[in-house]
Write a protein that binds this ligand. Structure first.
Ligand SMILES: *Cc1c(COP(=O)(O)O)cnc(C)c1O
Length: 850
């Protein structure tokens, strides 16, 4: 390893006296009995809990109970619970240190964690004790729970998936470190002003963050820019040296990832960027204070904000800096700090698999090559052998625009050595292609990692380097093989596999739906929390009238719970006794919120024009929840239109008590946990072939909502499991979409041929939703009528017909509840525990460490 990148040589670390003792905690004698005594054994009494809580309040917050604020109390409660997890964390780390098991390094630019307190209480089995103890102090635990600001370090499904996966790995006793970025500002807070989305910064850290543990002494240096030099090494071989132009420090912040009641606590390590001392001292010494501060700002910008796009990358230099930053920190962290001194890096694949969550961390591939070759003197073949066994790649999309491509000039400017290595990887790879397909130059051209005129195709690089490439639902994995990466699957068929996504039953059933959990426990015991397929045992109860009544009562209770929340949170009143129809997910054309909107407007139009009587409309509340990327004009206009339609219809007495539209702002995990258990109907209406998997669809089914959906993503698997009778399928299939696309989709023909569709779109253009302005929503309407890659009008008829079936079924409550129970009982497959078992078997080839 070359000297110039040793972290203990950094100016900052040199000045720090604690560098050497970093890993082992107290630098004292580890054989002293107190050094290994467990701390924070769980309190078995309410009194014990109260004592600890008051101690934390006094010593951490510095206030007596009588003078404490809600935030003081929340912080004290968090540290009390945290203390009980600490013993398990230490023990987990000790075991890992001792047994040196293979670890999963989950590399993800996003973690959409949701609130931590409830999960920590659940994992320590402290919920009841804490509630009772706080009550003795005159505190309602619900008030403290509500005080927590969720860390929104992700955009949507992809980030939430990462959070579910690390939860499952901890619960399954699998050693895993989640690596990511500690954004100072997570996903923006959405507000509406006159129906338009306005973004506010997410200041999630402003009241303190009791769940994180910063370790500045373990900071890592990350280099950028500069150039490379060739020189002759001591052994006479030509070598390359990267001479970077600037660098930043990565400061790790550790988070606990507790397993469910199993004593294991894994680590999530998020990196925060800081200016290096060398960097600003140099400028400071030159006398330019302002420039020194600017330098610091520049460095810290790297972890300042989460990029608020979903599904479409923006070619932003800062984004590439973020990607390299967290990946370089993470590899350095594992190689330098987690492996024992003198570890032979040839064996690295036996100690870790880095799972690449989409293409965001793919720059890790040339980074590992660089470390092995430039720092550890590996020969190319040796380095590639190791690297190509350390990574596996999960693809999350089918949209071509969402596959990241970095311009070579940008990459070369920011990471000159990495670009050289990517060229070399490509040369070796294309030689292999030419050998496998002699004379087929066109194929080699198509498969090249570097596309001339475009740049470096990160998905290709990940596919070449990964031991496995997986899609996230059966249909998606098949389309990935057949349509996105067909040449690669022809070359390496065995590389491709599927792992259908899942969600953690701890957060999305046990915590979010306490009454239902209780009913399940009383009926089949509590084994389902870690073995979700056991929900199958509930199937017979679908025919039990008493169970159905209890289930229906819980659904009603959950509806009241969300009504209370939305009244307090958004000033929205939800009517009683409605079918609750929910569409919550990022706003994207492919997800087709506009199709849901057309259904609503069509109902309204039919009543307005007297085609049907208001009394014929089944009482229904439609709930939307959606953020649009700030730069995505069509998505923002769709939000605007939904809000205007909602305002008009909600204010019109004609549909009073029949149709209500609610669009609470700032959909996030916290809201999802309250909203999903209250839903009767789950809207999963993307154009077939566009939604890779979806995970919202799974959360709804597990909470006993019926799905109205296209044959897309994991909907396909949900429908197969629950059965056609309990799922409202509509719309074109993926092959039909492909065929229509090939013929040329002409939306206007649907508009012309279908009077109801025409009347619906014309109503939007009439100005009734826009104070008479006939053009306010031209962008949305004209797109639907004339362009729309996502073919909403083609599926309109079929969607409306499926909604009519929904109404028919819902009128028979017994039959509906039966289907709802069967949805819950038959979708245990979608536990992220099962996803993790699939990864262990098909990709990571390792087993839990018990
Ligand atoms: C589950 C979840 C998602 C993903 O929803 P999809 O319907 O699969 O797109 C997005 N955001 C939040 C807050 C979630 O909890």
């Amino acid at each position: 390893m070359s000297e110039n990148v040793r972290t203990d040589q950094l100016p900052l670390a040199d000045e720090s006296p604690t560098t050497e003792s970093r890993d082992l905690g107290p630098s004292g004698n580890p054989t002293h009995p107190l050094a290994t005594a467990p701390v924070g054994a769980p309190p078995h009494s309410v009194d014990g809990f109260v004592k600890e809580f008051l101690h934390e309040l006094n010593t951490n917050q510095g206030v007596p109970l009588s003078m404490s604020s809600v935030n003081d109390q929340y912080m004290a409660l968090a540290s009390t619970v945290r203390n009980y997890l600490m013993a398990r964390w230490l023990e987990t780390n000790r075991k890992v240190h001792e047994n040196k098991p293979k670890t999963i390094g989950y590399l993800s630019a996003e973690y959409l964690l949701g609130r931590q307190l409830g999960n920590a209480l659940l994992a320590t089995d402290l919920s009841d004790i804490a509630e009772k103890g706080l009550a003795l102090c005159g505190i309602d635990i619900a008030t403290l729970r509500a005080q927590e600001v969720e860390p929104g370090l992700g955009n949507g499904g992809l980030g939430r998936l990462a959070a579910c996966f690390i939860d499952s790995l901890a619960t399954m006793d699998v050693p895993c470190v989640g690596y990511g970025i500690r954004y100072e500002y997570g996903i923006f807070r959405q507000t509406f002003v006159d129906g338009r989305q306005v973004e506010q910064p997410d200041t999630w850290l402003s009241l303190g963050s009791p769940w994180e543990f910063p370790h500045p002494e373990a900071s890592v240096q990350v280099d950028f820019g500069g150039h490379t030099e060739r020189y002759i090494g001591e052994d006479g071989r030509e070598r390359v040296r990267w001479v970077p132009a600037w660098n930043v420090l990565g400061v790790p912040y550790n988070y606990m990832v507790p397993g469910y009641l199993n004593g294991r606590v894994n680590t999530l390590r998020l990196w925060s960027a800081q200016a290096t001392k060398a960097f600003d001292l140099q400028i400071f010494n030159s006398g330019d204070y302002a420039q020194a501060v600017r330098a610091q700002t520049f460095a810290e910008n790297i972890s300042k904000v989460l990029y608020p796009e979903d599904s479409t990358p923006q070619g932003k230099e800062l984004r590439l800096q973020q990607q390299y930053f967290f990946v370089a920190c993470s590899l350095r962290d594992f190689i330098d700090h987690s492996l024992e001194d003198g570890f032979d890096l040839h064996n690295l694949p036996e100690r870790i698999t880095f799972q690449l969550n989409d293409t965001h961390p793919v720059i890790a591939v040339p980074e590992l090559m660089r470390i092995l070759i430039d720092e550890y003197d590996f020969e190319w073949d040796e380095a590639w052998d190791v690297t190509s066994r350390c990574f596996a790649y999960t693809c999350h999309t089918l949209l071509p625009e969402a596959l990241e491509v970095w311009p070579t000039d940008l990459l070369g400017r920011l990471l000159p050595r990495h670009l050289e290595l990517i060229y070399q990887i490509n040369d070796h790879f294309l030689a292999e292609v030419r050998e496998a397909f002699p004379g087929d130059d066109l194929r080699a051209h198509h498969m090249s990692i570097i596309s001339h005129g475009q740049g470096v195709r990160m998905a290709f690089l990940a596919t070449v380097a990964g031991t496995k490439v997986n899609g996230v639902a059966e249909l998606h994995s098949q389309l990935l093989r057949d349509k996105v990466l067909p040449d690669f699957s022809a070359l390496w068929p065995e590389k491709f596999t599927n792992v259908t996504n899942g969600v953690t039953p701890r957060r999305f059933v046990r915590l979010s739906n306490p009454k239902l959990s209780e009913l399940i426990n009383d009926t089949i015991g509590n084994g389902w929390v870690t073995d979700l397929e056991r929900l199958k045992e509930l199937e017979p109860y679908a025919d039990d009238p008493e169970f159905r009544a209890q289930f229906a009562e819980i659904k009603a209770w959950n509806k009241h719970r969300i009504a209370d929340l939305l009244r307090a949170r958004d000033g929205i009143d939800l009517p009683d006794g409605h079918l609750v129809d929910v569409m919550v997910k990022r706003l994207h054309e492919y997800k087709r919120q506009s199709l849901k909107l057309l259904h609503i407007v069509s109902l309204y139009e039919q009543v307005l024009s007297g085609k049907i009587a208001a009394s014929e409309v089944m009482p229904r509340t439609v709930v939307f929840g959606s953020k649009a990327a700030p730069g995505y004009a069509m998505a923002k206009e769709t939000i605007h239109l939904i809000n205007k339609v909602a305002a008009t219809i909600n204010a019109d007495p004609i549909l009073e008590g029949r149709l209500k539209i609610a669009f609470p702002a700032n959909y996030n995990v916290t809201l999802a946990e309250k909203l999903i258990p209250a839903a009767d109907l789950s809207e999963q209406i993307s154009l077939a072939g566009m939604e890779a998997s979806g995970t919202g669809n799974m959360k709804f089914a597990l909470n006993g909502a019926l799905t109205i959906g296209t044959d897309d993503g994991a909907n396909v698997e949900i429908r197969k499991l629950v059965g056609d009778k309990h799922f409202f399928l509509f719309g074109m299939s993926e092959p039909e979409v492909a065929e229509l696309g090939a013929q040329g989709y002409n939306p206007h023909s649907y508009y012309d041929a279908n009077p109801q569709l025409k009347a619906t779109l014309d109503l939007i253009s009439s100005g009734v939703f826009s104070n008479g302005d006939r053009h306010l929503f031209d962008m949305v309407v004209e797109n639907l009528k004339n362009q729309d890659r996502f073919m909403a009008l083609a599926d309109f008829d079929s969607y409306v017909a499926a909604q009519a079936k929904v109404e028919e079924r819902y009128a028979d409550q017994d039959s509906w509840m039966r289907s709802a129970i069967l949805n819950m009982a038959r979708t245990g497959y979608f536990s992220s525990d099962r996803s993790m078992r699939d990864y262990l078997q098909r990709i990571w080839h390792t087993t839990p460490m018990l």
